[in-house]
Design a protein around this ligand. Structure first.
Ligand code: UD2
Length: 353
């Protein structure tokens, strides 16, 4: 074979290799986009401690309404003027009178969405379960697939509630504790583990709720969002300097004076699984980092949640209608109380003071 022929064969091989390489790059690019589009994106927790794959609910971004539903014409010049209904980062703030429940349900029902709810009843807090569970049946995502997870150290005390079709309850045994602060704070770790081990790719949304509470009104599809926070009823008219954030620099929950949007409740939050997983993982990691330094944030996981939400803005904010406190008289802008903390005697029910 002549030198020219060798050169030709060499070039041909190089061209073929180059084409194959390009095809490979093109294939992986197309596949990645196809997979993300159809199956959702991979999410890695911030600290890389555990890798979790989730299915992003793509249909959530595509709102299909029924052609047959008749409903009141919406307006952009008339509506509630006594409250603010959007955050400065353009997330809706949900108040009664700002949405149409029938329209929303008609959009979400065909999507066959499923909602997990977590509730902790450790020690004497089991006494709140009955009312919590019974009222949830009456008001919480009625007509939707709901799976309630009750975390308790006293499984025998879990009240049997008659649940509607498509709704179920699972009891998850957890150890007790002689410190209420630990019980409250440990919730983040247990929520993270529940999502990783039981929920991912089975449920779409999750809400994490305080047990010493009752539902009084609808809590439904209007509350759905990627990351959902509830404004604390005790501080929503206050200047942010009064918010009970963690103010010690040494804590990972630290919020500087002059910073803050709203003060959010530790007693109710939620969203898409991957968003709540990221929140729980971060709060738990930060809580543990603080513990190593001998610090416990002012309001345990609520402080860490507030720090998290200051940076990771919630995509939907629920007004204090979604977590009121029974000891507070209802303010006029709160037209309906949907979920409220009952009056309790801390000395009677907590394991420590
Ligand atoms: C606030 C928050 C709560 C949490 C706490 C700070 C609201 C309405 N509540 O409530 O979410 O952030 O401050 O730590 O935002 N629990 C038990 N057994 C116990 C103690 C607590 O099961 O012995 C669970 C239970 O689910 C309870 C939750 O932890 O609902 C929060 O504890 P809490 O209700 O005593 O806290 P509280 O009222 O100070």
């Amino acid at each position: 074979m002549s030198f020219k022929m060798h050169l030709l064969t060499g070039r041909t091989v190089a061209v073929i290799l180059l084409v194959l390489l390009l095809l490979g790059v093109l294939y992986s690019y197309i596949w990645r986009h196809y997979r993300d589009g159809i199956f959702g994106q991979e999410v890695r927790p911030a600290d890389g401690s555990s890798r979790v794959d989730f299915t992003i609910v793509n249909h959530w971004f595509h709102l299909v309404a029924s052609d047959y539903l008749e409903y009141q014409q919406p307006s952009i010049v008339q509506g509630r003027t006594d409250v603010v209904t959007v955050t400065p980062w353009l997330a809706p703030i949900v108040w009664e009178g700002t949405y149409n429940p029938q329209l929303l349900d008609s959009i979400y029902r065909p999507q066959n969405i499923s909602i997990a709810a977590t509730v902790f009843a450790v020690g004497k807090y089991t006494k709140f379960l009955r009312d919590f569970l019974e009222t949830a049946e009456q008001h919480f995502f009625v007509g939707f697939k709901v799976h309630v997870y009750v975390f308790t150290d006293r499984p025998k005390e879990v009240h049997q509630v008659k649940m509607a079709a498509g709704r179920q309850l699972t009891v998850v045994p957890v150890p007790g504790s002689n410190r209420w602060q630990e019980i409250s704070a440990r919730r983040m770790e247990l929520i993270q583990t529940l999502i990783e081990e039981k929920l991912q790719n089975h449920m779409d949304y999750i809400f994490c709720l305080d047990v010493d509470s009752k539902f009084h009104g609808r809590w439904g599809t209007e509350s759905l969002g990627a990351l959902v926070a509830v404004i604390h009823p005790g501080y929503y008219k206050d200047d942010r300097s009064k918010f009970p954030y963690e103010r010690r620099h040494e804590s990972t929950a630290y919020v500087a004076p002059g910073k803050g949007d709203f003060y959010y409740c530790g007693g109710a939050f939620g969203g898409l699984l991957q968003e709540v997983h990221r929140l729980a993982n971060t709060c738990r990691t930060n809580f543990e980092a603080d513990a190593k330094k001998g610090i416990e944030a002012a309001w345990q996981e609520e402080s860490h949640l507030n720090r998290y939400m200051l940076i990771n803005k919630p995509t939907k904010v629920l007004s204090p209608e979604y977590l009121w406190q029974d000891f507070k008289p209802r303010n006029p802008e709160v037209r309906i109380i949907r979920f409220s903390g009952v009056i309790k005697n801390y000395a009677d029910i907590r394991p420590n003071v």
